[in-house]
Design a protein. Structure first.
Lengths: 251, 251
């Protein structure tokens, strides 16, 4: 376990936690600026930490342009994955950070600062942990027994994309929910709470760490078109590996 | 503040909290029984408390048939509002309890056992509190500046109902999310995090307490067809009162 990183992410989580509870009312100007205010606070805090601890490494963050350095190591950071939940008052958002060496993810951190759930894995341990316990995907293999999550908000165009392509799964599974924070959604597949998460919109920052956690917990990630997973492509299909979400589809 | 009730709800919340974190994997049989297991645990705990503390009063719970007594007082209980979130691993569920005297709600409790957010109001204080602070609805009055929530899961038939009736609002507001735990959704209107919550499915147990909290925080509840609010009718439109969600609609 990379204890230095964990400590920095916990400290950033405290800032985020205070922000979440503090904001009960705010005027229009504050609302409009809420996203950038807290995303930037966490972004600055963690980038400052990475720059002083690993001055040679590159940093890629959702909130700022990439800082390219000479090292083959790059840190991929999402200061708040699930910002809308943070704003709406729903405690389902996370700080996500992945370490990449020569284009391969080797270490992953996802932290929910409200529940204090810390998901972690690294290449050398070949398993994934939630706090101090190993997690594994579920054994559910049949669609009718499965819980699924889909990455849409309440926006008609976004919903339409999912209905056009996944209505059968939504109707056939045991229960399906919409979820718009990819990092925690993928981690909930990794821990066996749900069997699959399908998202057209998630980007590298949100899925780099979580998809590695899923992999080391026994699950699998695919690109949204069913092709081999490449975490730099937008969107993805994340499952426990036993449930085949592309069964019976053409192509 | 009814301290006896608060103490009992906090104790029930500890059972629920332990269940939420403990369940990381479960076999199919446990999954199928998960709902009844924890809903029933909390139901039994709180009904036992009410029966010994208020033996004359009636109790209406989501999980059991009504216990009618001679008193004009009735307790309306929802052991877990947002059970699907509890099962899926999302910390956005609550225990909800309302006291009704002669068909009128006079006291309301909504508690999220993960965040420890305790929403409360009673007739005599004429305001609503979150933990030790008074809460008020937001001042946002324009749809384009508003945050809205809609009570659908990822099920095509349920989604269709909302799209048929609320696409304009979804597209015109600043951001809209799907939320399927009415008690906390309504409380987040009451605390000014979002301006409106529209739900076709919520029942008396989930909305009795929260709609009184919303009322005493300055908000308003309507039946889903726009008629005067009657918390015994299924569904509702819950808003900060400044945003008119029925503007421009016929009828």
């Amino acid at each position: 376990m990379n204890k230095k990183i964990r400590k920095a992410i916990h400290a950033a989580g405290m800032i985020l936690e205070q922000g979440f509870y503090k904001i009960q009312q705010y005027d229009e100007k504050e609302r409009l600026h809420l996203r950038s205010e807290y995303d930037l606070k966490i972004d600055l805090y963690l980038k400052h930490f990475l720059e002083s601890e690993y001055p040679e490494d590159s940093i890629f963050s959702e909130e700022s342009s990439e800082q390219k350095k000479s090292s083959k190591t790059r840190w991929i950071l999402d200061p708040i994955d699930g910002t809308s939940y943070f704003i709406f008052g729903e405690p389902f958002f996370s700080i996500s950070m992945a370490k990449e060496v020569s284009n391969k993810i080797v270490e992953a951190h996802v932290f929910n600062p409200i529940t204090k759930e810390y998901f972690y894995t690294e290449e050398s341990i070949d398993k994934s942990n939630l706090n101090n316990s190993e997690i594994r995907v579920s054994d559910v293999s049949k669609l009718k027994d499965s819980f699924l999550a889909f990455g849409f908000s309440a926006h008609p165009q976004k919903i339409k994309l999912y209905l056009d392509n996944w209505s059968f799964e939504m109707e056939s599974c045991k229960k399906a929910l919409p979820w718009i924070g990819p990092a925690l959604s993928i981690c909930n597949v990794a821990r066996g709470r749900v069997e699959g998460f399908i998202d057209y919109g998630c980007s590298m920052e949100g899925q780099a760490a979580a998809s590695f956690i899923l992999h080391n917990a026994g699950g699998v990630s695919l690109n949204i078109d069913g092709s081999s997973f490449d975490y730099e492509t937008k969107g993805g299909i994340f499952s426990n590996r036993k449930l085949n979400l592309l069964e019976g589809r053409s192509g």
